[in-house]
Design a protein around this ligand. Structure first.
Ligand code: GDU
Length: 285
């Protein structure tokens, strides 16, 4: 059942000049703040930067309007650490952002690709976004010159993870944190909805991108470092035994499996720093 949600306001005051491509507020290399504060403290710490759930630069007009989509279930402590680090970083980048936490209800096996599709479709009902950044909840960027913006091709941001000694897992790795413009994500028909459980959906996304004639871009490794917050295997997200079989047919299914075919029910909760979209996914579609 849909709950009526207020449209997000457009730019709340007209700012004369465009923000700089490389703001002077950037500091470069960062350490992760792993302190576990409460959501209330988080809200109090950052609410002055937000207007109706939207983080915006004060004195200039941002270059792009971003939606950050976080696929989510039962990782509240990770979400706190992520927001506590990402909000000040994006503020220094002079980004214009709304955060959408897309939470899968506990009834079905986790489906990261489908959650990302829901985030994209629902965000666009609430505002006009140029750039979508799909962001795992446990990855914290370690350099604020890792600019959260979309380009002519889809971008892979999380290239070098502490877990893998800051080297790329494999050349075609496209998991973790990725950015696609609204047009790019539409062109590829989003993610596949068919990867139920852990693994494969990120490789499928790359297949869809390449099949539509795009390449992937990456920043230099030094800028693309992330801390992965330690976690074990989650309940309801076992490795998907069908993932390689699905991947073999990724390009064949692309037109009929994705944004155009997803079925779900959702509810919204508007919070100070993000919109929580709780979703029932039909994994049998
Ligand atoms: N997630 C939850 N709750 C869960 C399971 C997953 O919130 O119960 C979300 C989180 O955002 C999490 C993301 O899904 O960060 C990815 O899940 P995992 O962290 O369990 O997976 P990995 O750490 O192995 O991540 C890698 C890539 C992911 C994705 C995944 C395969 O970094 O982008 O491709 O493999 O599904």
């Amino acid at each position: 059942q849909d709950i009526q949600v207020q449209q997000l306001p457009h730019q709340h005051n007209l700012k004369s000049s465009r923000c700089s491509k490389l703001p002077s507020t950037l500091v470069g290399r960062l350490d992760t703040d792993k302190n576990l504060i409460s959501f209330k403290q988080l809200g109090l710490k950052f609410q002055h930067l937000f207007n109706h759930g939207r983080l915006q630069p004060r004195d200039c007009q941002a270059l792009q309007r971003l939606a950050i989509i976080i696929p989510f279930r039962k990782r509240w402590s990770h979400l706190i650490v992520l927001l506590n680090n990402l909000i000040p970083l994006l503020s220094r980048q002079q980004a214009d952002v709304n955060f959408f936490v897309v939470e899968q209800s506990s009834r079905s096996t986790f489906n990261r690709g489908a959650l990302q599709n829901v985030g994209f479709l629902e965000a666009l009902k609430l505002g006009q976004f140029d750039c979508f950044i799909f962001h795992d909840v446990d990855l914290v960027p370690l350099n604020d010159k890792n600019l959260y913006r979309c380009g002519d091709n889809p971008r892979h941001f999380s290239v070098a993870l502490n877990k893998y000694s800051y080297s790329l897992l494999y050349p075609g790795y496209f998991g973790g944190v990725v950015g696609l413009s609204t047009q790019q994500y539409r062109d590829i028909n989003g993610n596949s909805n068919l990867y139920v459980g852990w693994g494969g959906e990120d490789d499928d996304l790359l297949e869809r991108i390449l099949n539509k004639g795009y390449y992937i871009s990456r920043y230099a490794t030094d800028l693309s470092k992330y801390d992965m917050i330690h976690h074990g295997m989650d309940e309801g997200n076992k490795p998907n035994p069908f993932r390689l079989m699905l991947l073999a047919m990724a390009r064949v299914r692309q037109e009929v499996d994705g944004l155009t075919s997803i079925q779900y029910n959702k509810t919204f909760t508007d919070l100070v720093l993000f919109t929580l979209i709780t979703v029932d996914i039909d994994n049998e579609q």
